[in-house]
Write a protein that binds this ligand. Sequence first.
Ligand SMILES: *Cc1c(COP(=O)(O)O)cnc(C)c1O
Length: 422
Amino acid sequence: MDSEMLKHMRPESLMMSYGYKPELSEGAVKCPIFQTSTFVFKSAEEGKAFFEIAYGHRAQNEGEELGLIYSRINNPDLEILENRLTLWDGAEDCAVFESGMSAITTVLLEFLQPGDLLLMSNPLYGGSDHFIKKILPKFGIQVAEFRVGQSREEIIAIVEKTGLAHKLALIYIETPANPTNDLIEIAGSKAIAQHFSTPDKQVYLAVDNTYMGPIWQHPLKHGADLVLYSATKYIGGHSDVIAGACLGSKALMKRVKGLRTFLGNMASPNTGWLLLRSLETLKPRMDVQALNANKVAAFLNTHPKVEKVYFIGNLTEANGEQYAIKQKQCLSNGGMISFDVKGGEKEAFQFLNALKLIKLAVSLGGTESLAEHPATMTHVDVDANLRKELGITEKMIRLSIGVEYYEDIIYDLQQALNSITG
Ligand SMILES: *Cc1c(COP(=O)(O)O)cnc(C)c1O
């Protein structure tokens, strides 16, 4: 396909073919699993040239590509997967990892040095929160935090109060926030990064986009420098693989891939192949999940045993700033719904224990609907006071909506809500 035609095509039309050349694999219509640790060079000269490029010892000649060397550096399954992932986010390059956490920690280690300050939004995914607050301080990296709803001026003041504003190197945010679905403006976060950037030091913005996946929000288009995914969630989509991804400009991704080579936390060829398969149905899966979520939220909104529903689709102009952010950066209401049952932990547990079709498990974004209790499960490690302030209470349930027939999801929710005796 020529570049004119490629430009015309939507990503979903290219997920079955982009970047794969059947003639290099005996004509196989599908990309095989390149289950190999190393690759044979045609000549010693070729091996020398590949290494010169891989280690950046000389610039690439016109049209010269990095040849295959060793599966910790590159592998066809990973390269094709990375190329396909760039299409959704409009990124120049991508790196895939063996987990979301390895993508996140590699970015944090690459863009922060001892003495630096990191600014993060709250709440973050528990694993990210732990790494930032418990592991990064061991490397002399400080952290400042802000909450959803704080103004740009307030956030700038938080950074300045640390006395380390000149050492701010990275802003790390997650939007919508898990599990409350509160939104943070990506362009506003970029403006804060620019406020603290100087001619010789750029402050980067990294966005964990796992909750919206590559279909429903495109942070790079709103000024983010790096976008991160737990590919375990919507990208993998079948709850059968752990993986991660990072996307951004060629220059930044060169740094990310460089550190990945030496940490050795790239995805395996088999993981790459599984994700190639997942990507073929990414769009239709997520379309159905979003449609189902709208139907489920409408049901929960009026149920007498439900006190409050946290769903982006419920935002209206009356919600002011939150609604404005949604209109600006969210392409869908998403597939994640949280709600408070009337009562407390007892009622929430009665509901969870009564579910039959929906599985009681953490994680999200898969084809099957899942339910969990954030206060005692995913967010148990969050400081109790902060948890209360953020609205993560004993009565809250988090749902990840799958691809089942929506009336069957609602039927299960209905019978489980009715089983609450209080
Ligand atoms: C699951 C998750 C992660 C961690 O990803 P793993 O693939 O489990 O390592 C990071 N961020 C968010 C928002 C997640 O939901």
